[in-house]
Design a protein around this ligand. Sequence first.
Ligand SMILES: CC(C)(COP(=O)(O)OP(=O)(O)OC[C@H]1O[C@@H](n2cnc3c(N)ncnc32)[C@H](O)[C@@H]1OP(=O)(O)O)[C@@H](O)C(=O)NCCC(=O)NCCS
Length: 396
Amino acid sequence: MFHYGAEEELEGFVSSAQDSIEFKFVEKEADIFNDELVFRPEFTHQVFENEKIFGYKNLKIKLYYTPDHLTSFIDIHYDDKVNPRLHQGARPDNIFKLLLNWIPEGFLTNQDHFISKLTRPHPFTPFGELLHVHGETSDHRYEIYKVDISSVGFKEYHEKLQTFLIWFVDAASYIDTDDDKWTFYLIFKRSSAGQYAIAGYATVYAYYAYPDKIRPRISQMLILPPYQRKGLGGQLLQAVYDDLVSDTRVLDITVEDPSDEFTALRDYIDCRNALKLSSTSSPLHSNEIEKNCQEKLKLSKRQSRRVYEILRLRVTDRRQSKDYRDFRLFVKNRLNGPYKKQQKDLEKLHTRGLDQSELVAAAPLLSGEERMRLLQDEYELLETQYAAVIEKLATD
Ligand SMILES: CC(C)(COP(=O)(O)OP(=O)(O)OC[C@H]1O[C@@H](n2cnc3c(N)ncnc32)[C@H](O)[C@@H]1OP(=O)(O)O)[C@@H](O)C(=O)NCCC(=O)NCCS
C-alpha cells in the first residue's frame, strides 16, 4: 500500500517526453555542446503513452544524427531513477525498448565512438538522380534528388531517415519499401566544400489507373525543423510536380491526408502555378482556371476548384457587397453539397418506408439552424486559409 505522500513523490518521476527529448544534427565535435542546435519533437504519443515518461528525474534523451550518413547517437541521462524497492514496486519505463520499436538498431551509445564517425574517409554522395539545384550562395546550395528503393544502400538510408517522421508528422506511419511503387524525393543542403546535410524528403506512391495510367499520391512530406519556413518545402513540392507532370502516364497528383501546414503550402504553390498559366487575372474564368489546373498542372478536380476559389477571392473586392456576396454563395453552395445529397438520400429512404427513428439512425439530422451555423463556421475557416495564401502570393 502507498504511504501518505507516495503519490506526490512518484509524480516527481514523471517527465514530459517533448521536453526531455532533444534532437541535433552534429557535423563537428563542438556541435555536441552547442545548445542552439537543439530542436524538439512535435509529437511523442506514438512512442510514449500520453506523451509522458515515467521513472526518472531531470531526464534528458539525446537523439543526435550526423547530417549526411544519418549515423545516430542515443544518450539517456537522468539524476535519479525510481527504485521498485523504495517506491512500492513502481518500475521506470524502459526507454531504449520503447525507442527500439521505432528506431533501427545500429545507433551508437558511446559519445567518443560517435565523435569518431564525424571525420570520415568516405564522403557522402546522395542516392539517385539530381533533379534540381537552387538557392546558390558562396557558402551552400540546395539539391533535390529522385531515387527508388533499388538504389544500392538507399533502403538502409531510408530506414534511418524515416525515424524523423514519428516525431514531426502527426500520426505518421512507416511505409513498406518492399513495394516498388514508391518514389522518394530528397532535398539536401550542399556546402561549398561538398558536404551534404539532409533537409527533408517526400514519398510518392504510384497508384494504378485504368487502363494504362498512374495516379501518384504524395504520401509523406517532411522538411526537418531547422530548415522549415525557408522556402524549401515549396521547392521540393515543385520539383515533385515538375517530375510528375512531364510523365504522360500521370492522370492526376493527389495527396494523402494532408496536414494543415501542408495544405497551406500546397495551396500557395498550386495558386502560383495556376496564375502563371492564366491568360488574364481578371475577370476570372472558372472554366479556364479549373481546366488548366486539371489538364496542365494535373491537380485533382477538388483541388482545382479550391485553387479557383482562392484566385477568385483574390480579385474580389471584399468591400463591394455584390461580388463578395456572390463569392460567399458560390463557396457555401459547394460546402452544402454533401448535406443536400444526404437530404436526398434520406428522402429516398423515407419513400421506402423507413420510420423517423430508422432515418435518424441512418444519418443524424441537424436542425436548419445548426446546419447554417456549421456552414458559416466552415466558410469562415476557409476564408481565413484563403486570405493567408493571397497574402503570400502578394509577396511574390
Ligand atoms: C509543411 C511543410 C512541408 C512546409 O515546408 P516549409 O519548407 O516549412 O515551407 P515553405 O518555407 O516552403 O513555405 C512556403 C509557404 O507555404 C506556407 N506555409 C508553409 N508552412 C506553413 C505553416 N506551417 N503554416 C502556415 N503556412 C505555411 C506559407 O505561405 C509559406 O510562406 P512563408 O513562410 O513566407 O509564410 C513543413 O513545415 C513540414 O514538414 N512540417 C511538418 C510535417 C508536415 O506537416 N508534413 C506534411 C504532412 S502531409
